[in-house]
Ligand binder design. Structure first.
Ligand code: SF4
Length: 224
């Protein structure tokens, strides 16, 4: 069990699944640069979070719900959590009749990705909700703004294991305090930190530049 001061942002799991170096640049080195992808995502999240919670028929929709998990050491917000009235569910909501099934929905501005970076974030939200509400959550959904489509995500054992391992790795990364070297790939094209990361200087070139920086720092300290 983690204590509150050890909690890490749920969104970090998405960055970790996308690229370890990006995760470390953001969460260890506190570097953040916005590009049009991140700006569109931020605007979409602000719009979702600013809407009121509401009940329509058998669905109650709650927006911007704070989440945490002591077991995984994670904290954050759910964009949307839907509660579906379901006679087979066990969750009772205050001032609401009947039993309810929990269904988290995460909003992303783009379209479905080749990797699991979005769905591990959604799964982490579900694991937080399960711990907080003592309820089982079988599935949720991703909403993609570009295609205006909703994709069902089943929280099976494989996805749960992947998410839990990423949470563990995230804590290790933060504890070690070392930013991994760049691993250039197709994904760098959409990374807002490409100027800060300089993936084109991976390998020998970056080793050379790091050595030059160290050498110049050493000579400055001897002439002080
Ligand atoms: S530019 Fe590429 S290697 Fe560098 S942080 Fe972004 S995704 Fe990772």
């Amino acid at each position: 069990m983690y204590t509150e001061d050890q909690f890490l942002a749920i969104s970090g799991l998405s960055q970790l699944a996308f690229c370890e170096r990006r995760c470390a640049l953001i969460h260890l080195e506190q570097i953040w640069t916005e590009n049009h992808f991140t700006a569109e995502g931020r605007v979409l999240h602000e719009r979702v979070h600013s809407s009121e919670s509401e009940t329509r028929g058998d669905v109650r929709t709650v927006r911007g719900l704070p989440l945490h998990s002591k077991r995984l050491g994670l904290v954050g917000f759910a964009d949307v959590v839907e509660f579906h009235r379901d006679e087979n569910a066990t969750l009772i909501l205050p001032k609401q009749k009947g039993a309810w099934k929990v269904y988290p929905v995460e909003y992303k501005h783009g379209k479905k990705k080749k990797n699991n970076s979005d769905i591990v974030q959604l799964c982490a939200q579900a694991l937080c909700l399960e711990e907080m509400l003592d309820a089982e959550i079988a599935e949720g959904a991703m909403f993609y703004g570009k295609t205006r489509s909703r994709m069902k995500v089943v929280f099976d054992k494989k996805l749960r294991n992947e998410t839990e391992l990423l949470a563990l790795r995230f804590h290790q990364l933060m504890k070690n305090g070392e930013t991994p070297p760049p691993k250039p790939g197709y994904y760098c094209q959409s990374c807002s930190l490409v100027e800060d990361c300089m993936p084109q200087l991976s390998g020998k070139a970056s080793l050379y530049i790091n050595a030059m920086i160290d050498q110049s720092a050493a000579s400055m300290s001897t002439t002080d």
